[in-house]
Design a protein around this ligand. Structure first.
Ligand SMILES: CC(C)(COP(=O)(O)OP(=O)(O)OC[C@H]1O[C@@H](n2cnc3c(N)ncnc32)[C@H](O)[C@@H]1OP(=O)(O)O)[C@@H](O)C(=O)NCCC(=O)NCCS
Length: 463
């Protein structure tokens, strides 16, 4: 009998070949979406009409008091997370995406624009469609002057994530959704204005994020303008000051594409979805999501991993053995801290995003011999057994953040307080995609029912 993972892989391959057959389309992003939306609307209508009362699962007291873990309670179109196999984007696994999604000219890694196209439409774009999207994003990437002035007025000591969230909220000054809503737009138009805001925001994020980096870490230095011939990350890397480092730029493309979406229940994606369900515009919705991402149990973990690995490196010196790492892990656990970069709310295996980033490291000699990457590898060889023995975490394996920041560090982007900002540029791809779908499908205001402990006890006692 085939294992669950093998069955799910087979199903995924069937889905991916169906997607690959549509590879030759030359349609624009908007026309592709206009075709895809009525099909999904029909699917939702049928689901509602024919299966509205089908029971999907039980709600246990554990779900209510346990952060809603495992509760199947929201609709999310672009990706599904299997605890064993990891993430699939519209049925495509990470290796599938690496095979079929266009890369930058001369590069190998997935272009985030092609991932955005896949997330939005469920289809694999051609290289030309991807280039068109890159061009549109570059054309729309400039920040309004008042946002530049606002960001420039922040103290250098304000955390870069706070700056990013505030900058994104301020961009709602030009929200197409909000302006159209004030004029009384009809429901079928919601998604088109949401899409315009989402594309504009994704386009503007690199300039905003790079400005924050410049102000905090290199104040007074000039910021290059947006080059219309470059892709989104090509421009971002250039504005960060790393445009000449093609390896780092390629890494950023992979990192941003892979972090783009991780189904809907994670704190940042869920926050964007919740806030947008009030018909708050995409800028305000994503700003709220960024403040969820800024928490150490979520997006801040990549910063924490690096801080922790560097402290380990300092304490253990040059001769770092497995035994010494083991002792350091126990010291962390005994002091009541979590081992950053390990564990996950859903995954129960090593994160395939971690594996993809490790493969990137293995393909480059300078990363293979980098002391910090070697330390990440050695930690991976020891940590799962220590965490199993510790016996608390349901998943003793690494998540994507176990390695993501260390590669940036190796390439000289050493300001680790900034790392979650890069995650924030990335997560926009998936979180904003879902806003377009939520409005296209007319999903309602999200409003779960809460219960007090007294109400729970009264419910339990009822005959
Ligand atoms: C990601 C994370 C928040 C998931 O939390 P979760 O769904 O509650 O995880 P679990 O159900 O496995 O947690 C059960 C227990 O194990 C502990 N645990 C989980 N991961 C742990 C880790 N990496 N190190 C030590 N203990 C851990 C939890 O703190 C919890 O302890 P408690 O019962 O005393 O509160 C958690 O694994 C974590 O804190 N990891 C480190 C931070 C990190 O890497 N975050 C990035 C996520 S992509």
């Amino acid at each position: 009998m085939l294992s669950r993972a093998a069955l799910s892989r087979q199903a995924g391959l069937r889905r991916s070949s169906a997607i690959a057959q549509r590879f030759a389309s030359t349609k624009s992003l908007r026309d592709t979406l206009k075709e895809a939306i009525p099909i999904k609307q029909e699917q939702l209508k049928k689901l509602k009409a024919e299966h509205g009362n089908t029971v999907v699962g039980d709600v246990k007291v554990d779900n209510i008091i346990g952060g809603m873990r495992g509760l199947k309670a929201m609709l999310w179109e672009a990706s599904v997370l299997d605890p064993i196999e990891g993430i699939r984007f519209h049925g495509l696994s990470i290796p599938d995406c690496q095979k079929v999604l266009p890369a930058a000219p001369g590069g190998k890694e997935i272009l985030p624009e092609s991932m955005l196209w896949l997330l939005l439409t469920g289809q694999v774009p051609t290289a030309e469609q991807t280039r068109e999207l890159s061009r549109e994003l570059a054309e729309k990437g400039q920040l309004p002057k008042f946002v530049e002035d606002l960001v420039d007025s922040f103290p250098k000591t304000l955390h870069p994530m706070t700056q990013l969230g505030m900058g994104v909220a301020a961009l709602n000054h030009d929200s197409s959704f909000q302006a159209a809503y004030e004029k009384g737009m009809k429901k079928p138009e919601y998604w088109t204005h949401t899409l315009e805001d989402c594309i504009n925001l994704i386009a503007q994020l690199p300039a905003l994020a790079a400005r924050i980096y410049r102000n905090v870490y290199n104040p007074g230095t000039p910021l290059p303008g947006i080059n219309k011939d470059l892709d989104l990350v090509g421009n971002y890397s250039n504005m960060l000051g790393y445009g000449a480092n093609e390896s780092l730029t390629e890494y950023l493309r992979l990192y941003i594409a892979l972090h783009g979406d991780h189904e809907g229940g994670n704190a940042s994606a869920h926050t964007a979805h919740l806030v947008n369900s009030t018909l708050s515009d995409p800028y305000l919705s994503y700003s709220a999501a960024l403040f969820a991402l800024a928490g150490p149990l979520h997006g801040l973990a990549n910063q924490e991993v690096l801080r922790w690995q560097i402290a380990m490196q300092k304490e253990l010196g040059t001769d770092i053995t497995h035994e010494k790492i083991k002792e350091y892990l126990w010291k962390t656990l005994k002091s009541g801290q979590v081992v950053p970069g390990y564990g996950h709310g859903v995954l129960r295996n090593p994160d395939p995003r971690f594996i993809a980033l490790q493969e990137f490291c293995d393909s480059r000699p300078e990363l293979k011999s980098s002391p910090i990457i070697e330390l990440v590898n050695k930690t991976f060889q020891v940590a799962p057994d220590v965490l199993k023995e510790h016996g608390k975490t349901k998943n003793p394996y690494p998540n994507v953040d176990a390695t993501s920041g260390c590669v940036l560090y190796h390439y000289g982007l050493t300001e680790f307080k900034y790392y979650t900002v890069i995650f924030g540029v990335s997560r926009a791809l998936g979180a904003l995609t879902q806003l377009v779908w939520a409005r296209a499908l007319g999903l309602p205001l999200e409003r779960p029912k809460s219960m007090s402990m007294d109400a729970l006890e009264a419910f339990i006692k009822k005959p």
